[in-house]
Design a protein around this ligand. Structure first.
Ligand code: PGA
Length: 249
């Protein structure tokens, strides 16, 4: 039986004081939670949130990371610096990184391997554009992004990877994939992982859905066989909307 994994991506929101207040609310309100949880604040609030999360089971995640360990990369943040702040996981290949900042599968794959090499967990995001869905290519796009994102990842490291299926057209738009459509893509991703790593590893892989997850649609999505959690953006910015998603049963 797979666990559920519910992650909040705070994107470019919140000062340190605001981030600390939200983290504090989550620490107290998720005490009874049975699932796996993560919050990903901005780089600037990581240290502050790390101190609030200390001793709680909520994981601290970063929203991105450089593809190099260190060096002349103005404006980037390295895996070593993230680990120094207590970061345990990193979101890679988010659609905003792919589409607004032109990150391709090759770059994302470098980051995935580097993060794993340094002991972090990875949430690898995949997802199709609206035009790709309308052209019947959603499954194919997600399969390619999965294969390329995981290229060279050792079987022994796969347990530290989860995949987030985030249809680009559903992110921040209020449009959600139907549970059936999302589950079909999740099943396709699991088949790809089974081909690459074998059936047992694929059965254990956590595949989250992301894209306008809210308290009123989360349970229906996560009731589906292959939907093992959620990567939440807008609704993760307040405990009032994140906690009901995180405590779903
Ligand atoms: P959203 O964002 O929940 O605001 O659609 C999800 C994400 O980008 O991870």
């Amino acid at each position: 039986m797979r666990n559920y994994y519910i992650a909040g991506n705070w994107k470019m929101h919140k000062t340190r004081a605001e981030a600390a207040a939200l983290a504090q609310a989550l620490v107290s309100q998720l005490k009874k939670g049975k699932h796996k949880y993560l919050v990903a604040p901005s780089f600037t609030a990581l240290e502050t949130v790390a101190s609030v999360l200390k001793g709680s089971p909520i994981l601290l995640g970063a929203q991105n990371m450089a593809a190099a360990e260190q060096g002349a990369h103005t404006g980037e943040v390295s895996v070593l610096q993230l680990k120094d702040l207590g970061v345990q996981a990193v979101i890679l290949g988010h659609s905003e990184r792919r589409h607004s900042y032109h990150e391709d599968d090759e770059l994302i794959n470098k980051k995935v391997k580097l993060a794993l090499q340094h002991g972090l967990e990875v949430i690898l995001c995949v997802g199709e554009l609206l035009s790709e869905r309308e052209a019947g290519k959603a499954e194919g796009v997600c399969e390619i992004q999965t294969v390329r994102g995981l290229a060279g990842v050792a079987a022994g490291d796969l347990s530290r990877v989860s995949i987030a299926y985030e249809p680009v057209w559903a992110i921040g738009t209020g449009k959600t994939a139907t549970p059936e459509d999302a589950d079909a893509i999740h099943a396709a991703i699991r088949r790809v992982v089974a081909r690459l790593y074998g059936g047992a590893a694929a059965e254990e892989l956590l595949i989250q859905y992301g894209g306008s997850v809210k308290p009123d649609n989360a349970a229906q999505l996560m009731a589906k066989e292959h939907i093992d959690g959620a990567l939440v953006g807008g609704a993760a910015l307040s405990a009032d909307t994140f906690v009901p998603i995180a405590l779903f049963s």
